[in-house]
Design a protein around this ligand. Sequence first.
Ligand code: SAM
Length: 174
Amino acid sequence: MVRENEIRANEVAVRAPEPADAALAFIGRISTPWTSRLTCPRQGRHDGPLCTIEVFEPWAAGLEGVAAFERLEILYWLDRSRRDLVLQSPGNNGVVHGTFSLRSPVRPNPIGTAIVKLEAVNGSILSVRGLDCLDGTPLLDIKPDRTLFKPIAPPQPGDFETDPAATAPYCQKR
Ligand code: SAM
């Protein structure tokens, strides 16, 4: 993992293909107290500082209904990350881990996610706690916390499909 875009002992960078296809649109901007990765939390906390999320037009109308949810899932673009490491050393000690076994901001598509506590909605501005991104981080999406959300559309056959061979889905394999 990278604090300021350096490469550490045993970390491996690859020549990443030019990103071209997803054409993501930034729909807003996140304001937080942190301007340096050296002080930013590694994961947000619900008793952490108040942060604001501004949703740009024409998307502000999409906030209709969000106030009903105590928690939201926020997706953001970790825009100051390098994107080329496949092995990273979060401990900066020569021990490396695969990028996809980490929640490091350094990844081929630097998408961050956080479950935030919604404190207030004022027009196009949400006040939340639980973020861990730098001031000015671009906003990708907002969704209700999945544990609070009940699909409004009727269920479909796939919703009931189970596999007898499947084990408890939330166990961590270690
Ligand atoms: N909670 C998210 C997740 O799990 O997907 C992000 C976790 S990531 C470990 C959080 C770290 O990303 C912060 O401590 C900071 O070092 C870094 N970071 C935050 N905002 C960033 C940005 N806009 N660009 C690059 N790095 C950022």
